[in-house]
Design a protein. Structure first.
Length: 319
């Protein structure tokens, strides 16, 4: 098996503005500095879904997509924040992107080989930039097997498994986060959803290898804990496709991956954070140390009431 260091980026060698943030960064200080320099804080959100559920052309199944939409719209209204999203391209759920929207091809590791994913750039009606990561043809079935948004977090069949789908996308998203495009070089990468537990580890490995390379940026990472569901899950290492990162444990704990590899953890409520570090929580052994170090925060999240109509967004069984 070839090592992670064999991974090569297809780097655009044009002169680009690069800003790397140290681990333990001060958001307020950076925000003020960027505001003074008219250089907005660039935040790249990584998610498997985005938008309000059950809306035409939207791939979303629940709270993460809804909250993320409201969050990015609110951030875009701040002149000192440039908030964008990267998500997978689902061939049967989204319109076919055209060649004019293609901005970059990124090379990353998947299933013991280098693969190329294509990144497309779209802009929604609220002015939020959404990058779509399209899988290499050989692995497009991981995403084309989905015929409804409800299957995003599920195994569809043997050729369309969730862990393989999320591992592939994690590799593409992490590679793009290290490169950015034109004048958008992410300062912060913020992941949403337990399935994206590997993004932080991939970026951490990139930092170790390419830390002094001026063509590669080094974003800080945040993981947002939206719910306790699946946070105590685990995978047998044989289930997880090779992403170029050495797997030290026979069993891969989702919470451990997040706690050990992301710079900061954000909970969507103070109560959820308290429950995660309580004596009865399976998360405690991993999260409590981060809590004591001040690497956790609680920010109450919600969706815009004027945009959320339960009659339209919730399934009929909730009506």
């Amino acid at each position: 098996m070839r090592s992670f260091k064999d991974l090569l980026f297809e780097v655009n060698l044009e002169a680009k503005e690069r800003l790397s943030l140290p681990v333990g960064f001060d958001l307020i200080q950076i925000k003020n500095k960027n505001s003074e320099n008219k250089n907005p804080l660039k935040v790249l959100h990584v998610s498997l879904e985005y938008g309000m559920p059950n809306q035409p052309g939207i791939v979303a199944v629940g709270g993460i997509g809804s909250v993320l939409k409201s969050l990015t719209v609110a951030q875009q209204q701040q002149t000192d924040i440039d908030s964008r999203v990267i998500m997978p391209y689902y061939p049967k759920l989204q319109d076919e992107p055209n060649e004019t929207q293609k901005i970059l091809e990124v090379t990353h590791w998947f299933n013991r080989e280098r693969v190329q994913s294509t990144i497309y750039k779209t802009i929604n009606s609220q002015g939020v930039v959404i990058y779509l990561a399209r899988a290499a043809e050989k692995y497009e079935n991981l995403f084309s097997g989905l015929t409804t948004a409800a299957g995003i977090y599920s195994d569809i069949d043997k050729s369309c498994k969730f862990i393989e789908r999320v591992a592939y996308f994690s590799g593409a998203a992490a590679a793009f986060a290290m490169l950015g495009e034109n004048t958008y070089i992410p300062h912060i990468v913020q992941a949403h959803g337990w399935g994206l537990c590997f993004v932080g580890k991939l970026i951490l490995e990139y930092r170790k290898i390419y830390g002094n390379d001026q063509q590669i940026c080094s974003p800080s990472t945040i993981f947002t804990v939206h719910s306790a569901h699946n946070g105590d899950g685990s995978y047998d290492f044989t289930e997880v496709p090779d992403m170029g990162v050495v797997k030290a444990d026979n069993i891969i704990s989702v919470t451990k991956e997040i706690a050990e590899n992301y710079d900061h953890l954000v909970y969507v409520s103070e109560q959820l954070l308290k429950e995660s570090i309580s004596n009865g929580s399976s998360f405690k052994s991993y999260i409590h140390a981060r809590y004591l170090l001040g690497n956790t925060s609680a920010i109450l999240n919600n969706i815009h009431a004027d945009e959320f109509d339960p009659a339209l967004c919730l399934p009929k069984k909730f009506a």
